[in-house]
Unconditional design. Structure first.
Length: 143
């Protein structure tokens, strides 16, 4: 990103994973983030702490094609495309793993209470791991 001085936002993240094995996992977090604009496209960036390890997530905010990129303790690029299956990757100390993504829903609204909502099936090694739903609601911080 060329403009690191974006607007500060409060982010509510709700992630639901319906694993193919039948289990469901739901995570809800409140995070501080930034909205950054580059070439007339908005990006949401926030940082998470997991087991004393930091992960910075950047999400391209768009309604047809988007991506989720994570860097730090986890390195992942997950392309999201409502019209076709996409290939991404997950990198760790153990190596790189290809990912396939079938996006079912991809919605983005930007106003006083902006929202990014995506649902996709994730495949690792040709096997579906589950259906993932990510809902982000974010509002600019008051000065």
């Amino acid at each position: 990103m060329s403009n690191d001085l974006g607007a500060s936002v409060n982010v509510r993240l709700v992630s639901t994973i319906d694993y193919t094995a039948g289990e469901t996992e739901r995570i809800e977090m409140w995070l501080d983030g930034q909205i950054v604009e580059k070439n007339n496209v908005k990006y949401l960036r926030y940082t998470e702490e997991h087991e004393s390890r930091t992960i910075t997530t950047t999400i391209k905010l768009a309604g047809q094609q988007s991506f989720i990129m994570r860097k730090g303790a986890v390195n992942m690029r997950l392309p999201l495309n409502i019209t076709q299956r996409e290939t991404g990757h997950y990198n760790s100390e153990a190596g790189s793993i290809p990912l396939w993504v079938d996006t079912h829903r991809l919605q983005y609204t930007y106003d006083n209470k902006s929202q990014f909502d995506v649902q996709y099936d994730l495949y690792v090694g040709g096997q579906q791991t589950g259906t993932y739903t990510l809902n982000l609601t974010f509002t600019e911080e008051s000065s």
